[in-house]
Design a protein around this ligand. Sequence first.
Ligand SMILES: [Zn+2]
Length: 245
Amino acid sequence: MIMSLFAFILGSSLASFLCVVVTRLKRNESIIFPQSHCDNCQTVLHTWELIPVLSYITLRGKCSNCSAKIPKIGFIAEISLGTLFILATHAVSPISAAIIFTWLTLLTLEDLSDQQLYQWETLGFMITASFISPNPFVFIGFIWTLSLIITRINYRERFIGNADIEIVLAFFLIVGNLTTLIIIFIACILALLFLCCLKNYRYKLPFIPFLSIAFIITTTALNIFSEQNFMYKKSIEIISRCFSW
Ligand SMILES: [Zn+2]
């Protein structure tokens, strides 16, 4: 229970920080300075107003000074990453699971913000996936080569966003071929359902949120992060390798 609470606080605090990172990067502002403030009246937030989840509920989603609405997305991100961190505590490799969930939250927030992802974000996710990947180096090299070729072709033709391609390829590294195909399928279904529900949706659809949700649904349903799977095998592999040295 205490472990879950700690995980939730850690996850929601991290999500709160990621929201600040995404907002400030878009404005070319420093991530550290100035202190957190209301975007409308510029009032610096009190310490208690920085507490994730609880501050939003206490303030009823409004600034304590000017009553301007606080974006709901931050609250949703805090609850989501907090819950995902609780989920990660049940994984054989909680740290790997938590890192993947954090990356996915950052990428989702970026995509929802303006669909312009920075190169370091997608590359960082692919590098993380390569480190976590239980696959042999040949496969990892193959995926990176494939990424270079596809993104180069797509750069000219613009079939879909390059970030979507890199994230899907990172999924191949983390969960393997079949699971990734299931994730893509579920993400497409979710996106279609979204479009059906919002018939007046006229904007370009950000696809990374659907990929992230599909990734979480699939890995949870298939128990990817639990004992019978790769995280477990990977840990055993690393331990046995250490002993063989
Ligand atoms: Zn305000």
